[in-house]
Design a protein around this ligand. Structure first.
Ligand code: UDX
Length: 430
């Protein structure tokens, strides 16, 4: 099938590659010529393990092409995926500007019946609006059939998640559109759920909200474990073995960040308030998450007495490992607070370069981990990059001014560190 993918972000690019690999003829469209130039050459403009190799294969095989020419792309394709971003507005509401722009662009250029597949995370009711926005912008009276098909891939494992998802959700009232989109995924073996568009939209928000809830739940239990002298990792394991609970998303730490959970939780809370059906649990989930950096910094401050004049080594800038994305990364509030309290901050991340804004605020970065921790009064781990597990702690012990580690991801083995007389604290690790 011929498919156009509008918006070449993480989701759009990954889906293009995966759909091309499944045998479809895919075109990726974006308004940013730099992104398109890079993708045409088979180069990813962001970091995502394994994706670039497969992108190159598909570009070489001519199953995947890229363009900025919207008119031609829309005329040439009858199945149009929308994968543009839906960031948060100041009030927490999702900003639908890019979705609306994409819909109006389809409307302006469409010449016949189109199936539009909305993959972006959009508030309940948006799929209906997309149809309206297209038709208002169109001189062509042939119908558009809009289908909601939320995407659940994670950054850092986007390719695996898109190739082997737990489920595919397709929401539409229109039988033949539902069938066509179902056929697109005929090579996938996971359960496929057909719903209404509104249910499909809600499934995406409820999934992310539930996972965020698991994280904030275990983070609260972790803080109680700190008081009771219990290792929260044992609790995560012990409760996770219950099939009704499941083991994933029970890692306590500095909390969730990224481009999805924070914004989707906000949007769902906004919708719930708007409809006067407040989501009390989710409100607390957000609150707990926002407090996590403060919780770890309080522990660090208590240990050091004060941050003033201290050198703090911050390990990890990305919101999670295997990505170069720092959106809503917990490392940012951590660094901000440290600077506010007059600490000097040196950071390390294996792939993220510190922005100019932070450099202007006096934060230093080095690729050499041992350089970063040299003369430090405390090491704070913000991202669980696996390489931090393999450090030479004997060497670090000799480099630091004061041997203290505050593990915001509960990733190190404290027994190993005790050998070198480090003061070690995690979150939920007494
Ligand atoms: C998420 C959803 O998982 C995905 O289905 C959706 O399509 C997009 O949003 P992503 O934001 O890429 O994916 O990352 P994810 O792996 O879900 O992690 C989100 C955040 O939660 C990260 O900051 C991570 O460090 C944190 N996290 C995750 C925890 O703090 N504890 C955990 O147990 C799991």
């Amino acid at each position: 099938m011929r498919i156009l993918i509008i918006g070449q972000g993480y989701v759009g690019t990954t889906m293009g590659v995966v759909l091309a690999r499944a045998g479809h003829e895919v075109t990726g469209l974006d308004i940013d010529p730099k992104k398109i130039d890079s993708l045409k050459k088979g180069n990813l403009y962001f970091y995502e393990p394994g994706l670039e190799e497969m992108l190159r294969e598909q570009v070489k095989a001519k199953k995947l092409q890229f363009t900025t020419e919207a008119r031609q792309a829309i005329v040439n394709n009858d199945i149009l995926f929308i994968t543009v971003g839906t960031p948060s507005l100041e009030n927490g509401n999702a900003d639908l500007t890019y979705i609306k722009n994409a819909a109006q662009m389809i409307g302006r250029f469409k010449n016949n019946e189109k199936i539009i597949v909305v993959k972006s995370t959009v508030p309940v009711g948006t799929t209906e609006n997309v149809e309206q926005w297209v038709m208002e912008a169109s001189k062509d009276a042939s119908p558009v059939k809009v289908v909601m098909n939320p995407e659940f891939l994670r950054e850092g494992s986007a390719l695996q998640d898109a190739l082997y998802p737990d489920r595919i959700v397709i929401g539409s009232h229109i039988g033949d559109a539902l069938e066509t989109v179902t056929r697109i995924y005929k090579n996938w073996t996971c359960p496929l759920l057909q719903t209404t568009p509104r249910a499909a939209e809600m499934i995406k928000y409820a999934s992310n909200a539930f996972l965020a809830t698991k994280i904030s739940f275990i983070n609260e239990i972790a803080k109680l474990c700190d008081k009771l002298g219990i290792n929260v990792r044992d609790i995560s394991k012990g409760i996770g073995l219950d099939k009704r609970i499941g083991p994933s998303f029970l890692d306590a730490g500095l909390g969730y960040g990224g481009s999805c959970f924070p914004k989707d939780v906000k949007e769902l809370l906004w919708t719930a308030n708007d409809k006067q059906a407040p989501l009390h649990i989710l409100r607390e989930v957000e609150q707990v998450n926002q407090q996590q950096p403060t919780y770890l910094l309080t522990k660090t401050r208590q240990h050091l007495k004060s941050f003033k004049g201290k050198k703090i080594a911050v390990l990890g800038l990305a919101f999670k490992p295997y990505t170069d994305d720092t959106r809503e990364s917990v490392s940012m509030p951590v660094i901000h607070h440290l600077l506010e309290e007059q600490a000097s901050v040196v950071v390390h991340d294996p792939i993220v370069a510190l922005s100019e804004e932070w450099r202007n605020r006096g934060v230093h970065q080095s690729d050499d981990l041992y350089e970063v921790v040299k003369d430090s009064d405390a090491i704070i781990i913000c991202t669980n990059w696996p390489q931090y597990e393999e450090l030479d702690w004997a060497k670090i012990r000799n480099l630091v001014r004061h041997p203290a580690i505050f593990d915001g991801r509960n990733m190190l083995k404290p027994e190993k560190l005790n050998e070198w007389e480090f003061h070690y604290e995690g979150i939920g690790y007494p």
